[in-house]
Design a protein. Structure first.
Length: 365
């Protein structure tokens, strides 16, 4: 009797149960959207953290020789367990070194500034020839800080070079650094090829001093080797190293656009290739941040939300010792400290977007 009543009850309520197929379709669509979002976050970060050599990093070897470094202590200070709710500043250093050489100077020195709202990012390029105070080594080009900190006889100490470069940048700007990365051009070349090349648009022809290749005016698709060739140029640019910095900023935007495109973002195999390509050429110090937390925190930054900032100089080129061993015949550059102070103040007040609007001549988009 009880069994019959239970069966009758179940039969009545079964008619009230909604069909499962529509609900399953909603769940599947939601899961697919979340997978796409996760891939977008990783792809965007893979390009952002690859900025240094021309512009930042992705996956890599750490200063400890293993996977991505977490809390290596290169920059000093207290490490936090999560990304703080404040503007962030990351030092990005690019290297273009000969295999086996320990005589290495930074080719690119940049600060990646991410405002508190995490809706945009600014790449502040410090000219490699800028004459600054190098802690313990007097006044020299900022790119020599990596040499002074990284040379250990015939061995290159990448963490040491990064550490001294960070000290020089902090002394120059007064900014707190929330992390730092070194990326080599070899890694950028591999990542560029892994995303299928980048599209670069030039406002004038550029002739390579290394390969004699002429990059025509206008837009063109470049593979990794061609992109690195273009990024190395400065002597054929009207403003030398400053032009090279702006070229690097354009490359970053192009790389971001490709890395976040559907053919990379929605293809797990391609995305895996992109991340692997950066690995051998990256050293990363997150100061204790969890990398996944950082990627999630910056997920809303679109490729066109990244702008480059070029610092002003005064008095032209200063003739002198060039760099530590005098191999470079290009003189050093004196930065406009008044202009730099105004920019640093805007960074510290989290008002860089307003500063950029007021200084369009220093912005690359």
């Amino acid at each position: 009797m009880i069994e019959d009543d239970l069966r009758a009850t179940f039969a009545r309520h079964e008619k009230l149960t909604p069909p499962a197929a529509p609900l399953r379709a909603i769940i599947d669509r939601t899961a697919a959207r979340r997978r796409r979002r996760r891939r977008t976050v990783v792809a965007t970060a893979a390009a952002l953290v690859l900025l240094a050599g021309a512009a930042v990093p992705a996956l890599a070897r750490s200063v400890l020789g293993g996977p991505v470094s977490v809390g290596t202590g290169l920059l000093g200070g207290d490490a936090g367990p999560a990304v703080p709710a404040k503007p962030l500043n990351f030092l990005l250093v690019g290297l273009d070194r000969r295999p086996g050489s320990a005589d290495v100077r930074a080719d690119t020195v940049m600060i990646l500034h991410v405002p508190r709202d995490r809706r945009s990012a600014f790449v502040i390029s410090i000219p490699r020839d800028a004459r600054v105070a190098i802690p313990g080594h007097g006044a020299d080009k900022i790119n020599s800080a990596f040499f002074h900190g990284g040379q250990r006889g015939d061995r290159l100490d990448v963490p040491g070079g990064l550490r001294l470069t960070a000290r020089a940048v902090q002394q120059l700007t007064g900014l707190e650094l929330d992390g730092a990365a070194v990326v080599e051009f070899s890694a950028l070349r591999g990542v560029t090829d892994a995303v299928g090349g980048v599209r670069m648009c030039l406002d004038r022809p550029v002739r390579s001093a290394h390969t004699e290749r002429v990059f025509p005016k206008g837009c063109q698709d470049l593979d990794g080797a061609a992109a690195m060739d273009l990024l190395r140029q400065r002597f054929d640019l009207p403003d030398g190293a400053f032009g090279r910095d702006r070229m690097g900023q354009r490359y970053l935007r192009a790389l971001l656009a490709k890395a976040t495109s559907a053919q990379v973002r929605d293809n797990p195999l391609r995305l895996h290739e992109v991340l692997r390509a950066a690995g051998p050429g990256l050293t990363l110090d997150m100061k204790g941040f969890d990398l996944a937390d950082l990627l999630f925190a910056t997920r809303a930054i679109p490729a066109d939300g990244v702008a480059g900032i070029t610092l002003r100089s005064v008095g032209g080129v200063v003739e002198g010792r060039g760099h530590s061993r005098g191999f470079d015949r290009v003189g050093s550059v004196e930065l406009d400290r008044v202009s730099l102070r105004a920019l640093v103040d805007a960074v510290q007040r989290d008002e860089v977007a307003a500063w950029a609007t007021a200084h369009p001549d220093q912005i690359t988009r």
